[in-house]
Ligand binder design. Structure first.
Ligand SMILES: [Fe+2]
Ligand SMILES: [Fe+2]
Length: 226
């Protein structure tokens, strides 16, 4: 597998590639956290079972939303612009449709916590599928986003709140210089919401995972222990 691309452009600026790869980082990061949390639950430490189950609901919604944004926005746009990536995009869209039933299986499995074996099986399977899927998107599609330097302004307050929540999740574990560069491309309505949203996320992170070291990733690969 080729080396993971940098989140920032070579000149140190952020782009839409940074934003979308920060989400990929978040998916990989959380799958590792779920695996470690489920192993603890399976070993009898069930104190966080409720919070981990709640966190799964967010993960499901975030990953599903990511697929919808790709299927309805990014992929059709890229297909129009770049004939060379059409076959890859077709395959990636099929992956999304394979992943959705796996997320539904995950819903049933996490509802069974503290019984953790099926949830662990789902997390492992999802990690395998996503590892390949995310790497293909990063290697073959996202270089086309490096020139897009402005995050589109949310259409209304509800959407701005939703994006602020999503960014707070995605910023966890990312190197400070990447976050500083990203800040420069966000619209005011979003940037102004981030401090409160990040504080709320910090409480959620504590609830689900407990104390964790602060990561400082510069690529979409988290630097938390695998
Ligand atoms: Fe995807
Ligand atoms: Fe993606």
């Amino acid at each position: 597998m080729t080396k993971a691309p940098n989140l920032l452009n070579d000149d140190g600026t952020a782009s839409m590639a940074t934003a979308i790869m920060m989400s990929h980082h978040g998916f990989r990061r959380d799958l590792g956290r779920f695996r470690r949390a489920l192993e603890r639950i399976a070993a009898g430490d069930t104190a966080r079972a409720d919070a981990v189950r709640e966190e799964w609901k967010s993960f499901h919604a975030t990953l599903h939303g990511h697929h919808e944004a790709e299927d309805n926005g990014l992929f059709p746009n890229l297909s129009r612009q770049e004939e060379s990536v059409r076959a890859t995009i077709e395959k990636l869209g099929n992956d999304h449709r394979r992943i959705d039933p796996l997320l539904e299986r995950g819903d049933r499995a996490f509802a069974e916590l503290p019984k953790a074996d099926e949830a662990l099986a789902v997390v492992r399977e999802l990690s395998e599928v996503l590892d390949v899927h995310l790497a293909i998107e990063e290697a073959e599609l996202f270089s086309f986003l490096r020139g897009a330097k402005e995050f589109p302004a949310p259409a209304n307050d509800a959407m701005a709140d939703m994006y602020a929540q999503g960014f707070s999740w995605a910023m966890d574990g990312i190197a400070p210089e990447v976050l500083a560069a990203l800040d420069g491309m966000l619209p005011d309505s979003l940037r102004s919401r981030l401090p409160a949203a990040r504080e709320a996320f910090e409480a959620r992170r504590q609830r689900a995972w407990g104390e964790l070291p602060a990561g400082a990733a510069r690529t979409p690969i988290p630097d938390e222990v695998a």
